[in-house]
Design a binder for this molecule. Structure first.
Ligand SMILES: Cc1cc2nc3c(=O)[nH]c(=O)nc-3n(C[C@H](O)[C@H](O)[C@H](O)COP(=O)(O)OP(=O)(O)OC[C@H]3O[C@@H](n4cnc5c(N)ncnc54)[C@H](O)[C@@H]3O)c2cc1C
Length: 328
């Protein structure tokens, strides 16, 4: 284990924000994990986080060591929570384990993939997660959660809803030894997908044609969640903006009424923000949902642009956008 005081978090967030942590603790597989006093926060690759100020506590990072164990049944892989998710996808395909290929090129670590239930191109992490192992950083208690106990939802899980005391040390995936293409994302049917490596390449190419590459422009991916609205709101907006993308009724809300998921990207684009900059932060020219670092931006600048967009969308459409990225 490596502990540094007054450490820069620049290598630990993909937005490229230069703040410092009072203490940075990097944990290796096999390390005994100490109990911590609050405040602390767990950071994977920081690809869904925006740091707005120095952190006056302990930042816990699992080393990004590749660590995969094939379980005796030959179908499950037990993986270190700090391993980079895309490296796991690559490893699994190279070794004949299938099911993760549609999650290719999502930034971040294996542990965070479980926290966030990451998803893209018709797949979600929850489809293949068997169990999640944790250590409570306050009490030291170790637990193993089944898939059901993880309470996975849309980009969420019990780990996201909890106070963040639980550090995910290992995730076990249940995969298939036979490749069956998942083509539920329609555009994939027209792209090479005969082998798992081909679909991985198709997805990787498609992803980076629409998103800023982290090594070129810092970002946290989609900055806002797609808002979920009631039928009356959806119909009002559709009448006022017939070109707004159609939304299909989702499962009923607690009141029993159908709900509709709107495209936050469309709302931001329609409000004229695509390609605009404020300070050293911009709205990505090919995807209005992505805010990015023009060079040397601060978290406060990111926040200022996010608030300006939220205010404008509320005024123009009566819709409140909430950040998907975690603001620390
Ligand atoms: C360009 C770009 C594209 C993206 N595309 C997608 C996409 O298509 N689909 C998608 O779902 N997401 C996407 N994201 C978001 C991001 O990749 C995911 O949310 C990812 O899971 C974050 O991983 P991370 O390791 O960087 O986690 P971080 O951002 O560091 O942390 C995210 C959350 O998980 C917690 N956490 C991290 N590791 C652990 C752990 N080991 N134990 C307990 N808690 C932990 C943190 O405390 C925090 O609350 C994208 C991001 C970028 C920058």
């Amino acid at each position: 284990m490596n502990i540094t005081n007054n450490a820069t978090l620049l290598p630990h967030n993909t937005f490229g924000i230069d703040v410092r942590a009072a203490k940075l603790m990097i944990v290796e597989p096999g390390d005994a994990i100490p109990r911590l006093d609050e405040p602390f926060v767990v950071v994977g690759e920081g690809s869904d986080m925006v740091f707005t100020r120095d952190y006056n506590g302990t930042v816990v990072v699992l080393s990004h060591t590749d660590c995969v164990e094939v379980m005796p049944d030959g179908l499950r892989l037990k993986v270190w929570g700090g391993m980079v998710m895309d490296k796991l996808v690559e490893w699994s395909l190279a070794n004949g384990f299938f099911g993760l290929e549609n999650l290719s090129a999502i930034p971040g670590t294996v542990g965070a993939a479980a926290v966030q239930n990451v998803g893209a191109y018709g797949a979600e992490a929850k489809d293949t997660i068997d169990t999640v192992e944790t250590v409570d950083l306050v009490t030291g208690e170790c637990r193993t959660y089944s898939n059901t106990e993880c309470r996975f939802g849309y980009r969420s899980s019990r780990f996201k809803q909890s106070e963040g005391h639980e550090l995910i040390t290992y995730v076990t995936f249940r995969l298939s030894r036979t490749y069956t293409p998942n083509l539920s994302y329609k555009a994939l049917t027209d792209l090479p997908h005969e082998t798992a490596m081909q679909i991985r390449q198709s997805i990787t190419d498609m992803r980076w044609s629409k998103l800023p590459r982290p090594e070129e422009h810092g970002s946290a991916g989609s900055f806002f969640k797609n808002p979920v609205v009631d039928e009356e709101t959806y119909c009002r907006l559709k009448k006022a903006h017939p070109d707004m993308p159609d939304a299909h009724p989702m499962s009923a809300s607690s009141s029993g009424q159908p709900t509709y998921k709107l495209s936050a990207g469309w709302l931001i684009d329609r409000a004229g923000w695509k390609g605009r900059n404020m300070g050293r932060v911009g709205v990505w020219h090919q995807n209005a949902l992505v805010l990015y670092n023009l060079g040397g931006c601060t978290g406060s600048e990111v926040n200022a642009l996010a608030v300006a967009i939220q205010t404008d969308i509320r005024q123009k459409f009566g819709i409140t956008l909430t950040p998907e990225a975690i603001i620390v």
